[in-house]
Design a protein around this ligand. Structure first.
Ligand code: DGL
Length: 290
């Protein structure tokens, strides 16, 4: 269990109860990948505070059974809920694919947003031909999460899903460019764009993949658009908070971010700064057990 707020001094007058609007938003992923979503959330909702949890001790989720992923996601959510949050963002496609209904059933009053539906919406907004290639973890592809989410929004869309699990390891290693990255990308994407007609949109269905965007761009035919779910997820969270009257007032102090990881603060900070696009110090990362 994590103590997130210092206890009040014994002699102090009782603190006024923190208004729900002022509580942070909980965000979790298997590792640093969800920081790409956190980055968009902070840009979209600069007044809000966040608690980010990376389950680095158990990464990757993408190769695990759905039962294990549901268990891990439930434990991550429970840790964040116990800290006091007003909303939860599942910034991991694998966890959202496997565990969104279970978490919604467990916390019926908590607004919970996963990244899959917003990602599907982003891909459909980008495609002109309604042909979309999704790359994701083995777990997300096995769950068929994007195929279903896209079909719900546009049954005419043609979707191919390709598991690219090694991309997670590349991203966690901070290997975002270079000859090895190029080779691996070409190996995985072989054939994905050779159909006729070929997809015109590549959806990054894993929050670890946006850091590989430049290398992916170089490997793709020119007209292919690359999209991810970060921005549309941030917008979905903003509109959900607005709907539930949970947005923090801009007159309140600026938002802060608290970083938790289940293992390896130094590594989380070093690689995480690439995903966050801002320096992240080891001292700012608390290692917790979930
Ligand atoms: N970042 C995660 C996702 O969006 C999962 C990576 C992994 O743990 O395999 O699916």
């Amino acid at each position: 269990m994590v103590t997130l707020h210092a206890s009040p001094p014994v002699s102090a007058a009782p603190e006024p109860t923190v208004a729900t609007c002022d509580l942070p938003i909980g965000v979790f992923d298997s590792g640093v990948g969800g920081l790409t979503v956190l980055r968009a959330l902070r840009e979209t909702l600069p007044h809000e505070s966040f608690i980010y949890l990376g389950d680095t001790a158990r990464l990757p989720y993408g190769t695990k059974s759905p039962e294990s992923v549901v268990r891990y996601a439930t434990q991550c959510a429970a840790t964040l809920v116990a800290s006091g949050i007003k909303a939860l963002v599942i910034a991991c496609n694998t966890a959202a694919s496997a565990a969104l209904p279970a978490l919604q059933a467990r916390y019926p009053l908590l607004p919970i947003v996963g990244v899959v539906e917003p990602g599907a919406a982003a891909a459909l907004a980008a495609t002109r031909s309604q042909r979309i290639a999704v790359i994701a973890t083995e777990g997300t592809v096995r769950a068929g999460a994007y195929r279903r989410a896209i079909a719900r929004l546009n049954p005419q869309a043609v979707v191919t899903e390709t598991p690219c699990q090694v991309f997670v390891a590349l991203a966690e290693e901070g290997w975002t460019q270079g000859p090895i990255v190029d080779l691996i990308i070409r190996q995985y994407l072989q054939g994905v764009f050779s159909e006729d007609p070929a997809p015109d949109t590549l959806l990054l269905g894993c929050t670890h993949f946006p850091v590989l965007s430049a290398a992916l761009r170089a490997a793709l035919p020119d007209p292919v658009a690359i999209v991810d779910s970060a921005q549309t997820t941030a917008l979905a969270v903003a509109s959900r908070l607005q709907l539930e009257d949970l947005l923090k007032s801009p007159s309140r102090p600026a938002g802060v971010v608290q970083f938790l990881a289940t293992d390896g603060a130094a590594r989380f900070a070093r690689v995480g700064s690439i995903f966050l696009g801002a320096p992240l110090l080891e001292a700012a990362v608390a290692v917790v057990d979930v």
